[in-house]
Structure formats: structure tokens, C-alpha cells
Design a protein around this ligand. Structure first.
Ligand SMILES: [Ca+2]
Length: 236
């Protein structure tokens, strides 16, 4: 309110005050953080149904046993221990997920994540690799689609002759306190192996990282403030 009064006293019009308030609103919206670390159940796929420790297991959408905290809504997947077949690795713990179990393809793995501040920008981080027995050349590359908080990211040309996980990240701004996280194997052709995931994390975005839409809004806010500051100097 103090800023508004100063500008009005300097001869600012009601329209300019409104624009200034809009700029402040844009800035406030884009400075809102994700409320720290958002908990993900069984984020590293170390637990089976009921929270018990895993063994190498095939999980399907139509079985009652699902990885703890997660729901397979289509197809099937495998939770695989490091060292399996002599070439399987993990990013954290002892297990990671092969998004294609046996032949089905297009497996969808979901978890409803809660604890968000609506409108706050968060960052999803996950380890991504390829099953080196199946996705091991450009012609047999696999693909994955990841969705959360209204943002969908596609990862194509996933292939590795030697399996190694690498972090993938993207920003999203949920509009509600809970939102669905989903991983979909979008590889064509089925097979018995696909993209691999592990170590799912959700937290505040590091400072200096902005999603494109937020950046645009932030620039609009800054542009409005800059223009008004110039106008104000003219009145002083
Ligand atoms: Ca793991």
C-alpha cells in the first residue's frame, strides 16, 4: 500500500497504479516456492506391496501386489535388483524399475503426490536410464513420457549399451495441493525391456531456474515495474 500511495502522490494515474500492482502480483506469484521437499512414497522402489522389502518382481496393472505407494494403471513393469543379468544398475538403493515388463509396452506408473502449495513452482527430478538388453542402439531406442502438475515431458531416443542413470529435471506449478505423477513407457513395439527409472524427487527449484511460462510472466512483471520506475523518475 505504501508504494501505491507514493506513486499516487507523484502524480501516477490510477491505471499506472493498477499496472504496478499487476507487476507486483506477477513477481509474488513467481517467487513462491514449493514448500521445501515434497514427500514421494517409496521414491527409490525399494519396497513392495504393503511396504515389505522387494525381490526381483514383475508387477502388473491387474495384480493386487504393486510397488508400495505406486499404482500401475496399464501394462506391467519389473522392479529389478542391481547386478541382475550382469548389466542392471540402480541410481539409489538396490532396485530400479524397468518400465516394460513383458511385451505389453505402454505401461503407466502413477502416484498421487500431496503437500503442494497451489501455484508454487516445484521441480521434479528422477534418474533415467535404458535397459541395455533391449534399448541398446538408435534403432531400438526407447521413450518415456512423464507428467505432473499439468506439465508433460517426452524423453525420446533413450538407449544405452552400458546402463547408467542420469538425472532429468523439469519444473511444474501445481494448481492444487495434490497432483498426479505419472511415468508412461511410450516405446513402440513392445519387447521385454524399456526405459528405466529410479530415485524420484520433488523439491523447490534451485534459485535461478525458471520454467518458460513463469519466466515470461516474471519478465512481464519486471517490465511493468521498470516502465513505472522510469515514469516515476519523470515525476520526481
Ligand atoms: Ca532404487
Amino acid at each position: 500500500m505504501a508504494f501505491q500511495m507514493i506513486f499516487v502522490e507523484d502524480g501516477m494515474s490510477v491505471r499506472r497504479v493498477a499496472r504496478f500492482r499487476l507487476g507486483i502480483a506477477f513477481l509474488a506469484a513467481n517467487l513462491t516456492l514449493c514448500a521445501g521437499v515434497i514427500p514421494v512414497l517409496n521414491p527409490s522402489f525399494e519396497l513392495g506391496a504393503g511396504g515389505t522389502p522387494l525381490t526381483n518382481s514383475l508387477y502388473s496393472y491387474d495384480t493386487t501386489t504393486q510397488p508400495y505407494g505406486w499404482t500401475i494403471t496399464q501394462g506391467n513393469l519389473e522392479v529389478i535388483q542391481t547386478g541382475y543379468a550382469g548389466n542392471w544398475v540402480v541410481q539409489a538403493g538396490s532396485y530400479s524399475v524397468d518400465m516394460n515388463g513383458v511385451g505389453a509396452g505402454n505401461t503407466i506408473l502413477t502416484q498421487t503426490i500431496s503437500g503442494f502449495t497451489p501455484g508454487a513452482t516445484c521441480m521434479l527430478t528422477f534418474g533415467l536410464a535404458a535397459n541395455p538388453s533391449w534399448c541398446n542402439s538408435p534403432s531400438s531406442a526407447c521413450s518415456l513420457q512423464v507428467s505432473i502438475g499439468g506439465v508433460t515431458q517426452d524423453y525420446a531416443n533413450i538407449w544405452q549399451s552400458v546402463m547408467v542413470f542420469a538425472d532429468q529435471t523439469f519444473l511444474f506449478t501445481p494448481s492444487a495441493s495434490s497432483t498426479m505423477l505419472s511415468f508412461t513407457d511410450t516405446t513402440n513395439g513392445g519387447g521385454n525391456g524399456g526405459p528405466a527409472i529410479d530415485n524420484i524427487r520433488i523439491a523447490d527449484a534451485p534459485s535461478g531456474v525458471s520454467e518458460p511460462a513463469s519466466t515470461l510472466l516474471l519478465l512481464c512483471g519486471l517490465g511493468t515495474l521498470t516502465a513505472l520506475a522510469k515514469k516515476r523518475r519523470q515525476f520526481v
